[in-house]
Design a protein around this ligand. Structure first.
Ligand code: ADP
Length: 489
């Protein structure tokens, strides 16, 4: 029975079983989900395996004909109900996300709005999926192109945005008339299961959206990339896993969308408004404690403004407040796990051993707990250091200096990655020159927050294939079919 006005508490949105064909499936094998702020066990979740994955794919396949037969408007109406249910339950969803992921509740609520915005966006796009009429060379023929949903889709998503990384894949898939199987991250499956609960409550039909939580990513990924009924895989995660999945999907020539790692430059030129540069860098860097793939990884500052910029930056960083996600007025919470702390610490040790200077932070905030890391600023970084080549994924600003515009651009592009890039400048000609030369899929100019449903999110080079959001996002879930009609006299 569709009930699209329900308001839930965090408790009533806490599902711990897999969701397949409209049913909650308990499994004997379970895995634990921990609260990273406290280390306490939040839930024991059903551990989906290859068999359950196959069951989910079959359910998605069974649901496909009637879902695809709905008009775009009918699908849009259901998506809009889902959107509304997310907003109605924003607080409960945010509390649940904060508990399993660690980000401040206010930031989590922002992610719920952001995640929901993809659902509204693609509900709209569903109705604007135009084809083409072709000018034929044969007077006895007419030809046109239609767009059709690819079929059963699979999504594999990461833990840093437990809601939005799912909605930005599921919404366009469902809008296009596809059905879906999602394998959410082992660390944050609860937000995914809550989304499925709301989808079910608003009347999205059984089998259209299936969730297979699992600690056995490799096994589930193997089925999703090899099963003949799956036509498309959308993945967000690390570059190494993305490459592996692309190879696996090649065997049956599945369409793939990949949103992989980044190594975003954030360039501060000598004509930049330095106060604006500092606020935008902070917004970009400390969101989710630096655990985002579009986080500024390399901060490149032109020599002439380095001392002044560094001073302003340190002043701003000293104001940041760290704490558990359920505490009001904090800027960021714990990192996701011990491995994340170890990685940040290792990159810092490597950089300082090679001559970088720690200006502030650089340590675990033991009084808060083992996963809280101090806001950190490091200067004198060079391109050779691991911290310039790997994703830091933590609250560390690594500053490197450069002398002129060309050197800034060269350093920025000196990476196999090309997801986001940022720069701050005032001169309009420079803004045009640099915008056109930076190698990335998304660019923020005097702007550190660039994620919106209307933007085309995605990378170039080894950062990925395809775009999410925007008017291009729907096409990732569609095939283009040309129809030629002859015999016209
Ligand atoms: P992150 O560092 O963000 O966790 P990963 O690429 O390891 O990045 O994880 C992103 C998603 O990919 C998660 O849902 C994870 O479970 C999944 N994953 C990891 N390894 C594999 C694999 N071999 N096959 C399929 N999925 C995988």
């Amino acid at each position: 029975m569709a009930n699209h006005n329900s308001h839930h508490s965090m408790r009533s949105l806490l599902q711990t079983n897999a969701f397949v064909d409209g049913h909650w499936i308990p499994l004997e094998q379970r895995f634990q989900v921990l609260n990273p702020a406290t280390g306490e066990v939040l839930a024991d979740v059903a551990d989906g395996d290859a068999t359950l994955t196959e069951r989910a794919i079959d359910a998605a396949h069974k649901a496909l004909p009637s879902w695809r037969a709905k008009t775009p408007k009918q699908r849009a109406e259901l998506l809009l109900r889902w959107y509304q249910a997310m907003l109605d339950n924003k607080q409960a969803l945010a509390e649940l996300m904060s508990a399993e992921q660690g980000k401040p509740i206010a930031e989590a609520a922002g992610e719920i709005e952001y995640g929901a915005s993809f659902v509204a966006w693609f509900a709209g796009e569903a109705e604007r999926s135009y084809g083409d009429v072709l000018p034929t060379q044969n007077s006895g023929q007419r030809a046109w192109i239609i767009k059709q949903g690819v079929g059963v889709c699979a999504a594999i998503t990461p833990w840093n945005f437990p809601n939005a990384m799912i909605t930005r894949k599921v919404a366009p898939a469902l809008a296009a008339g596809c059905t879906m199987v999602v394998k959410p991250p082992q660390l944050t499956p609860l937000s995914a299961l809550a989304l499925a609960q709301l989808a079910s409550e608003v009347g999205i039909p059984d089998g259209v959206l299936n969730i297979v939580p699992s600690s056995q990513a490799k096994e589930v990924g193997q089925v999703l990339t090899s099963h003949p009924l799956v036509r498309k895989l959308s993945f967000t995660g690390s570059t190494n896993v993305g490459k592996l999945l692309m190879q696996q999907a090649a065997e049956s020539v599945k369409k793939v969308s990949l949103e992989l790692g980044g190594n975003a430059p954030f360039i501060v030129f000598d004509d930049a408004d330095l106060d604006l540069a500092v606020t935008q860098l902070l917004a970009c860097k400390f969101r989710n404690a630096g655990q985002t793939c579009i986080s500024a990884n390399r901060v490149l500052v032109q020599d002439a403004v380095l001392p002044k910029f560094t001073e302003k930056l340190q002043q701003a960083v000293s104001q940041l407040k760290v704490g558990p996600g359920d505490q009001a007025d904090i800027d960021y919470g714990p990192l996701i796990n011990q491995a994340a702390i170890d990685k940040v610490q290792k990159l810092l040790n490597d950089a300082t051993a090679a001559g970088a200077k720690l200006l502030t932070g650089g340590k675990v905030l033991d009084n808060l707990g083992p996963l809280f890391f101090a806001p950190t600023v490091l200067s004198g970084v060079t391109s050779m250091m691991a911290i310039s080549q790997e994703e830091i994924f933590g609250p560390v600003i690594a500053i490197q200096s450069f002398t002129d515009e060309n050197e800034g651009i060269r350093l920025a592009n000196d990476t196999p990655f090309g997801l986001a890039g940022y720069f701050c400048a005032s001169d309009y000609a420079r803004i045009i020159r640099v915008s056109e030369q930076l190698e990335c899929g998304m660019l923020g100019v005097n702007a550190g927050a660039i994620s919106h449903a209307y933007n085309a999110f995605g990378g170039i080079k080894e950062s990925g294939i395809g775009r999410e959001g925007s008017r291009y996002g729907l096409a990732e879930y569609q095939e283009t079919k040309t129809i030629t009609l002859g015999g016209i006299k």
